[in-house]
Ligand binder design. Structure first.
Ligand SMILES: Nc1nc2c(ncn2[C@@H]2O[C@H](COP(=O)(O)OP(=O)(O)OP(=O)(O)O)[C@@H](O)[C@H]2O)c(=O)[nH]1
Ligand SMILES: [Mg+2]
Length: 158
């Protein structure tokens, strides 16, 4: 799963790790990644959507796809929904499971994950495993997500 990949990253900094951390600007991607890795991750460069996405790539090379949403920025729900929909249509990401973080839950104005899931029609996703998780990248709450079993086994590397 994702967390073991990040652990690996710490023990072997040269190793290439494929995590697609996507989302609109200001969604909280950088903050979240810092929480996940809980150390300096400035050496991480944006991942290319490329070779790891070949259908016959070894499981251990399959990417984790994380999509981050600013749950408090209701003005941009439509925009982030469109962005997500486009990514779901992306051929190179087909079948790749997606973990959606409903971020910034520490803010009083944050929409609950259930509302976001409904607004973004996540229940219509049928071609892949998906999971939505409430979190605050700022406080770290909810960031240490327990992946659903079907999501975790996608990228098992033990
Ligand atoms: N209250 C609150 N603020 C957050 C949270 N996560 C991120 N922020 C703030 O939101 C702003 C944007 O966070 P970033 O992590 O830089 O967002 P990003 O997605 O990396 O943005 P870009 O690099 O511009 O695409 C910063 O001011 C963060 O401190 C959160 O969970 N709660
Ligand atoms: Mg950033």
């Amino acid at each position: 799963g994702l967390l073991s990949i990040l652990r690996k990253l710490k023990s072997a900094p040269d190793q290439e790790v494929r995590i697609l951390l996507l989302g609109l600007d200001n969604a909280g991607k950088t903050t979240l990644l810092k929480q996940l890795a809980s150390e300096d991750i400035s050496h991480i460069t944006p991942t290319q959507v490329s070779t790891a996405l070949a259908p016959d790539a070894p499981r251990s090379l399959r990417p984790a796809w994380i999509y981050v949403i600013d749950s408090a920025d209701r003005k941009r729900f439509e925009e982030t929904g469109q962005e997500l929909a486009e990514l779901l249509e992306e051929e190179k990401l087909s079948c790749v499971p997606v973990l959606i973080f409903a971020n910034k839950q520490d803010l009083l104005t944050a929409a609950p994950a259930s509302e976001i899931a409904e607004g973004l029609n996540l229940h219509t996703i049928r071609d892949r495993v998906w999971q939505i998780q409430s979190c605050s990248a700022l406080t770290g709450e909810g960031v240490q997500v327990r992946l659903q079993e079907d999501l975790a086994t996608w990228q098992h590397d033990s």
